[in-house]
Ligand binder design. Sequence first.
Ligand SMILES: [Zn+2]
Length: 437
Amino acid sequence: MNTRKLEFKSKVQIENIQVEYLKETMKYASKYSPFYQKKLKKNLSLIEGIKKLSDIQKLPITTKTQIQKNNRNFFCNGVENIVEIVSTTGTTGEAVFIALTRSDLSRLALNEQRSFYCAGVTKNDIFHIAVTLDNLFMAGMAYYLGITQLGATVFRAGMRNVKKQSQFIRQLSPTGIVTVPSFLLRLADAIKEEGLSSRKSIIKKAVLVGECIREQDFSLNRLGTLIHEKWPVDLYSTYGNSECGISFCECKEKKGAHEHPDLIISEILDDDDNPVSDGKIGELVLTTLQTKGMPLLRYKTGDVTFKLTEKCGCGRNSSRIGPILGRKAQMMKFKGVKVYPKTIENAVLSTDGVTNHVIEVYTGDDYLDRVVVKIGCGRKTKKIKKEVLRNIEAYARVTPEVELMSVNEVDRLMTEGGNRRKMRMFIDNRKNRMNYD
Ligand SMILES: [Zn+2]
């Protein structure tokens, strides 16, 4: 099948394809996955009972803790078929490993080929890949496979040495870049030093991963606006989940990131694991399709968002997910009001004079969440502190403590622990930390 056309098929056709692939995944997992063998073999009627997509709700949920405790039991097929192992961070900070077969690498390539095609990338583009490409990281490798399969040219710059990267931009004139938003901001400054203007750079589009650049209504949030002010290129947001080897990417409409329906089934569930209706906020739960190394059924990603299923303005009928509003485990409670660190972060970013920040949460003497926003600024003035607090109150409708620090002190907090793939802006010190399950 012409894979690009699949997402333009009717809703009914797409659902029928997903039901067939779901049954195939269940049969495969019950045969080859030691973990699912136990769960599914006893109940093979479950597979036959899948007649429509909503029947997926009859299947058990899979959690990250389950994978962490039984990691090797999720690996299918024996080690002779595994060609690569990648990892993500588990709930306790220890790595969770994901096994990939050769066909999984092809699936990853196909997924990214379609994601970048969705963002309007063509074989005439030269793409600057500025994400981590080693350290068992999946996304960089997946982008490389997908963009080259699309026929565009790439260069793998990684995420180090901003100065050198700005020289690459001058010498190679890329037309697109894939990176994390905060790195793009740093690159914009480095380009200026290189004597180039980001406004005049030939880069026309940026595909951004890892940090949210949009509000719930899809308008640019503060981070997105900051980037667009510094570097007015066409911004596309992409969301990836390594456990499921999948990404969702925005199209030119920028009203949600499209799923690739023959590679993944997405659901949004409430706190009791019940499905919520279109547009309602809940946890993203994914079922892999056509995965051979480590298929996952109804995997709880821990990411909070919503889903849209109506036809998109671009003509695609594939479902879309909204911006990631936060991590479920990071949710904080202020006198009963639920807030995610990202919401506070957006408010902090909209304050002039703040260079960097960290949000720390503790368990207070009253056993409630105590939130301290640590602000790094060149000049420690009470005015900035007041302004930050006012913005947080207006934007997030809560009143945390705000502490002024030097830029270096905050920098140290952000990089403590070392060997991190990205800086941390949220530190969870709660006693009974809600371990994500
Ligand atoms: Zn679209």
